[in-house]
Design a protein around this ligand. Structure first.
Ligand code: NI
Ligand code: MN
Length: 225
């Protein structure tokens, strides 16, 4: 399995069976993104919530690739109303897809479509492929149930925001890592815009001091498991 970072909250997972899964593909409008969505393919697109910096170029990519959306019910309905294929799920539910398992978790945030339509609850997502579980928290503040999430699904890789203002900042993100207890933490959702400026090295140092492993991914960097 490969995990590639496109900055902000956007990742591409290439599963062992060759399926490509995109999470929150925000590329064309991302000032820090050299890659444009025309070059990105996807079999599946997972959206954590409907904010513009997460839906991003999802519809453009799905139109070209015939991708299937995976999201909470109300957001899946929105995708279907636009003519796309979507698999409706909801928080707490898991489903086995041909590439692996997807389970949605709570996230404390908002979710509204670019047209101003309610898009259900925002979510985090746990993707399990083979023996590896990746927990993408989505946009969220810190919450104590992260401890329960980590107990129910031992997390190998945790992708979590550190940019503050809209989500956890560094101090809360350090606590989130302690609650979830992942094998590796990767900071996301920072430095895309001035309002979410943060120093990932500060986060790395702080969680390494507590015995956790951290990897700061540069744009386009890919790790393999
Ligand atoms: Ni958001
Ligand atoms: Mn966001």
């Amino acid at each position: 399995m490969k995990l590639k970072y496109f900055s902000h909250s956007a990742f591409q997972i290439t599963a062992n069976k060759g399926k490509i899964i995109l999470i929150d593909p925000f590329l064309d409008g991302n000032p820090t993104s050299p890659e444009k969505s025309d070059n990105i393919n996807a079999d599946y697109i997972i959206l954590t919530h409907a904010h513009g910096d997460h839906i991003g170029d999802a519809f453009k990519i799905a139109e070209r690739c015939g991708s299937t959306f995976i999201c909470v019910n109300e957001l899946a309905n929105y995708c279907q109303a636009k003519g796309f294929t979507a698999h409706n799920m909801h928080i707490g539910g898991g489903f086995n897809f041909d590439f692996g398992k997807v389970k949605f978790t709570i996230a404390h945030h908002g979710s509204i479509t670019p047209e101003g339509q309610y898009a259900g609850e925002p979510a985090g997502v746990i993707i399990t492929i083979g023996k590896i579980s990746i927990y993408h928290t989505g946009d969220t503040g810190l919450f104590y149930d992260m401890k329960l999430i980590g107990e129910m699904t031992p997390v190998d890789i945790m992708l979590l925001p550190i940019g503050d203002n809209f989500t956890m900042g560094i101090t809360d993100a350090v606590k989130a890592v302690e609650l979830v207890n992942p094998k590796l933490a990767i900071p996301i959702h920072f430095n895309t815009f001035p309002v979410i400026a943060a120093n990932p090295k500060e986060f790395k140092d702080k969680i390494e001091d507590k015995g956790f492993q951290c990897r700061i991914l540069n744009y386009g960097e890919e790790i393999e498991f």
